[in-house]
Design a protein around this ligand. Structure first.
Ligand code: NAP
Ligand code: ZN
Length: 337
């Protein structure tokens, strides 16, 4: 094992526990930076990848794309300096030349590379990425706080901005997990009236603490009384088995359901309630570099923080088991040392 060896945890096959795994990284080129990782959040996308829910996983698979650490090496073209504390999310590079990249939508670039899909990710002591996708963390955010913002925070902040959600609008957040509990906070501080839609009755008190004005228990609620009440719904749940028709009917006319949760199975949806009410359904994928920078600044300004549970990386399998059971409140962050 050389001094450059990177040590982490990998799934060696679908739906297995992670085991210790080491690899030799490629040499740094152009804009690359090497980061000594201090913290890495566990996103449900990591679990989808471990289980090959989306049919795209390759093993060994080192998950992890909510990374915070310090730069220990920079290549010649990088603007970063050694010692800077930076974060990396789902995306580790893009061509930065295509129409999408030039218009500031690098997350839609056809040549984008993911941090832990097709590359070894952040459940490790170090990582090398294109430094143009490493973001300096505002000083007021602790590393454990910043880590979940890099994916979960960006993914919910971006559509609220892109779809022009305004103060005073009624925003529903469906699924109160890692993404959802941050979505409540962002929408609250954007001046919206927020409703949390959850299948877990015990999340009511905390949802209200995060800034939700109302709480709807999806397990026993008749959504009919909420008909035509919401301007914007953000679905962060990965369940394909929602009452989509009743949820769509809670939207006002011209309202939008934006889906960021990534179910592995198709959803069963009649288009009737889109036509009726002139509603829209959209998807959204992570966030652009501008979104990430704005989101970090917005979080620092309003003291928006994920509720985290910090666990040493040696206990990564306990953490993943808890995530599988929907028992995490609300993000586990792995500590590397
Ligand atoms: P999470 O922390 O596990 O939270 C997901 C929430 O969904 C749960 O807390 C739960 O909320 C609800 N849920 C409903 N059915 C569930 C089930 N069968 N198992 C577990 N939870 C269930 O996950 P997350 O990290 O927030 O990620 C949520 C989804 O977003 C995942 O599918 C992930 O892959 C996706 N994602 C997408 C993007 C993107 O760019 N579009 C980025 C990041 C993540 P209640 O208890 O309140 O019902
Ligand atoms: Zn993620």
């Amino acid at each position: 094992m050389s001094a450059s060896t990177i040590n982490g945890y990998a799934a060696l096959a679908k739906q297995t526990e992670l085991t210790q795994f080491s690899y030799e990284p490629a040499k740094l080129t152009d804009y690359d930076v090497e980061i000594e990782i201090s913290h890495c959040g566990i996103c449900h996308s990591d679990l989808h990848l471990i289980d090959n829910d989306w049919g795209v996983s390759k093993y060994p698979l080192v998950p992890g794309h909510e990374i915070v650490g310090n730069i220990i090496q920079v290549c010649e073209k990088s603007h970063h300096t050694i010692g800077s504390r930076v974060g990396v999310g789902w995306q580790r590079s893009a061509c930065l030349e295509c129409d999408e990249c030039i218009s500031g939508n690098e997350q839609l670039c056809l040549k984008q590379q993911a941090t832990c899909k097709g590359n070894y990710g952040g459940f490790a002591n170090r990582i090398i990425v294109d430094g143009r996708f490493a973001f300096v963390i505002p000083e007021s955010l602790s590393s454990e706080t910043a880590a979940p913002l890099l994916c979960a925070g960006a993914t919910v902040f971006s559509p609220l901005q892109h779809f022009n959600v305004r103060p005073g609008q009624k925003v529903g957040v469906i699924g109160i997990g890692g993404l959802g509990h941050l979505a409540i906070q962002f929408a609250h501080f954007m001046g919206c009236e927020v409703t949390a839609f959850s299948s877990s009755a015990d999340k009511e008190t905390e949802s209200k603490k995060f800034g939700a004005d109302h709480f709807v228990n999806l397990s026993n609620n008749n959504l009919r009384k909420l008909r035509r009440s919401q301007d914007f719904l953000l679905n962060t749940s990965m369940s394909e088995n929602q009452d989509w028709h009743a949820l769509l009917q809670t939207l006002k006319s011209d309202g939008r359901l934006c889906i960021v949760g990534a179910p592995s199975k198709p959803i069963n949806l009649s288009l009737h309630h889109i036509l009726d009410g002139r509603r829209s359904i959209s998807g959204s994928n992570i966030g652009s570099r501008t979104d990430i920078q704005k989101m970090l600044n917005f979080a620092a300004l309003h003291n928006i923080k994920p509720q985290t549970e910090v666990i040493p990386i040696s206990r990564v399998n306990d953490a993943i088991a808890k995530l599988r059971q929907n028992k995490v409140r609300y993000r586990i962050v792995l500590q590397m040392k």
